[in-house]
Design a protein around this ligand. Structure first.
Ligand code: ZN
Length: 200
């Protein structure tokens, strides 16, 4: 990877041998390794020691989970907050594992919709809850920094499964708890305001 970064610096019109750039290929390689470490993480290993059987069927919410990801179209960051909720049927996930799960999927090349769905699908498949909801609010630097359609650099995506999809009241309760009421009228299943998709 370091050789590629060195070549990239040359292509950008830089001198990779000047002092400030000497260690850049090494640093960039290390940074990318970390930012894509989700490819090498084992979801089962992350979750398996933290699944508990319970007699509890109220909504579990973990909100305002900070995340940082890379858009797969431009390899530029998108980042923001992720809110996760589920209604257990008989199993719960240790609360600290939810942010960890978000990180596993965020530390890959992503689009916001897929990141949202992967988190919801994993929780659905792992503990078979009565419902799962994931909402992600993110700023996309590929939009903001390039000066194109700045108004679309912020996007909200959601994945609603089971009770959150079928029962308006459950969905509203969740959205009210994460204080997204202002966008509720436009919020639908998998709806997204992303402009980076299909863009060059
Ligand atoms: Zn992008």
């Amino acid at each position: 990877m370091q050789e590629l970064i060195k070549n990239l610096l040359v292509e950008l019109g830089e001198d990779p041998n000047r002092e400030g750039l000497l260690n850049t290929p090494k640093r960039v390689a290390k940074a990318y390794e970390f930012l894509t470490s989700g490819y090498r993480a084992d979801i089962d290993q992350v979750l398996n020691n933290a699944l508990f059987t319970v007699d509890y069927s109220e909504m579990v919410i973990v909100k305002d989970i900070d995340f940082y990801s890379l858009c797969e179209h431009h390899l530029l960051p998108f980042f923001g907050k992720c809110h996760v909720a589920y209604i257990p049927s008989n199993k719960v996930i240790g609360l600290s594992k939810i942010p960890r799960l978000v990180d596993v999927f965020a530390r890959r090349l992503q689009v916001q919709e897929r990141l949202t769905n992967q988190i919801a699908d994993t929780i659905r498949d792992t503990i078979k809850p009565l419902g799962v909801a994931v909402v992600i609010e993110a700023t996309h630097l590929c939009m903001a920094m390039r000066g194109v359609e700045k108004q679309n650099s912020f996007a909200v995506t959601s994945a609603m499964v089971g009770a959150f999809r079928d029962q308006g009241r459950t969905r509203m309760e969740f959205l009210e708890l994460i204080k997204l009421r202002s966008i509720v009228p436009g919020l639908q299943h998998h709806q997204a305001g992303l402009a980076c998709i299909g863009e060059d």
